[in-house]
Ligand binder design. Structure first.
Ligand SMILES: [Zn+2]
Length: 280
C-alpha cells in the first residue's frame, strides 16, 4: 500500500513498559505468589535501567516511538513518563495493572480506562490516543468503550499487516487498528525465568544472532510488500546490555532504506484516516 511521502513501508516502534505488572499478575496464580520477588524484579529492571538505554538509542537515530504504559507503572515512575513524553515519544494506554479486559464487566473496563487516563493527564497533561490490550484479548465491548472516549487507534490485533478501520456494531469507524504479530515480539523470543516458568518448559535462551535474523527477515518482508512493521518490544527484555544491540542492528538495517516512514501510532492512524485506502 502507499505511505506518507511515497514511502515504501511504515514502521511503528512500540515498547510495552509493563514493569513488574505482568509478573505480579502471573504470581497471583500461585499460593504465596507475592513472595516471588525475584520475578517481579525482572520487570522492575525495565523502568529502573532499560528505558534510559532505549531512549538514548532512539535519540541517537532520531526515532520517535510509542510506549504503552499501564497506569500503575506511570503512577510509580512519573519522572520517567515525563522524560519519555518530553523526548517526543507517544504514551499509549495499557490498562492499569496490565489486567485482562476479556473477563471484565463494562463498568470495570470503563473504570480502568478512565482511571489510567487521569494518571497520564496528571503527569504529562495529555490523555492517551492509542491502546494496546494487556494480557490477552479484549472484551467484545472494549473497542466501542475506547472509541467513545476519544481514542484514535489500537495496536492489539493480529489479523492484518496493514492498518484498518475497526468495525463497531456493524459500522466502519475511524478507530484504527494497527496490528502487530508475535514474531515481532521480543518477549516470546527472549524473556526467561525459572519460576514462574517463562517460557513454559524452559527450552531456550535464544541465540541473539538468530533473533536479529528473524526480526530482520520480517522487516525485509514488510518492506517488500509495502506493509506496516510494528516491533513489539519490552524494556525489561530488549533493554539488557546484550539484547539492545539486537535492536540497534535492526534499526540500522531499517535505516539503510531511504524510503521507510518511521512514525508513532497516532501519526500512522491519522495518516490512514486521511489517506488510507482499504485494500483487499
Ligand atoms: Zn504489556
Amino acid at each position: 500500500m502507499e505511505w506518507k511521502e511515497n514511502s515504501k513501508c511504515a514502521v511503528m516502534f512500540s515498547f510495552d513498559l509493563d514493569s513488574d505488572t505482568t509478573w505480579k499478575n502471573g504470581n497471583d496464580g500461585y499460593p504465596n505468589g507475592e513472595k516471588y520477588i525475584k520475578s517481579i524484579s525482572i520487570g522492575q529492571y525495565g523502568p529502573k535501567r532499560a528505558v534510559e538505554r532505549i531512549l538514548n538509542l532512539l535519540k541517537k537515530y532520531n526515532i520517535k516511538a510509542t510506549f504503552f504504559v499501564p497506569g500503575k507503572v506511570a503512577e510509580d515512575n512519573p519522572e520517567l513518563i515525563k522524560k519519555i513524553d518530553e523526548e517526543g515519544h507517544e504514551i499509549g494506554h495499557h490498562g492499569y495493572t496490565h489486567e485482562r479486559f476479556f473477563d471484565k464487566t463494562v463498568e470495570e473496563q470503563i473504570e480502568i480506562i478512565e482511571k489510567t487516563q487521569k494518571i497520564y493527564k496528571k503527569i504529562i497533561n495529555k490523555e492517551a490516543k492509542g491502546f494496546r490490550t494487556p494480557s490477552g484479548d479484549w472484551a467484545i465491548e472494549t473497542p466501542k468503550l475506547l472509541y467513545k472516549r476519544g481514542f484514535l487507534y489500537s495496536s492489539s490485533m493480529r489479523g492484518d499487516d496493514r492498518p484498518y478501520n475497526t468495525i463497531i456494531e456493524n459500522k466502519k469507524t475511524n478507530f484504527i487498528e494497527i496490528p502487530t504479530h508475535w514474531e515481532l515480539d521480543d518477549y516470546v523470543a527472549m524473556a526467561y525465568n525459572y519460576f514462574p516458568e517463562e517460557p513454559s518448559g524452559l527450552d531456550r535462551i535464544s541465540g541473539y544472532e538468530q533473533v536479529l535474523d528473524n526480526f530482520t527477515r520480517e522487516f525485509d518482508g514488510y518492506y517488500k510488500y509495502g506493509l506496516c512493521f510494528v516491533p513489539m518490544m519490552h524494556p525489561q527484555v530488549i533493554g539488557t546490555p546484550g539484547h539492545i544491540q539486537i535492536l540497534e542492528k535492526l534499526i540500522k538495517h531499517i535505516l539503510e532504506k531511504d524510503d521507510v516512514w518511521i512514525a508513532t501510532g497516532s501519526e500512522i492512524a491519522n495518516w490512514y484516516i486521511e489517506n488510507g485506502k482499504e485494500e483487499k
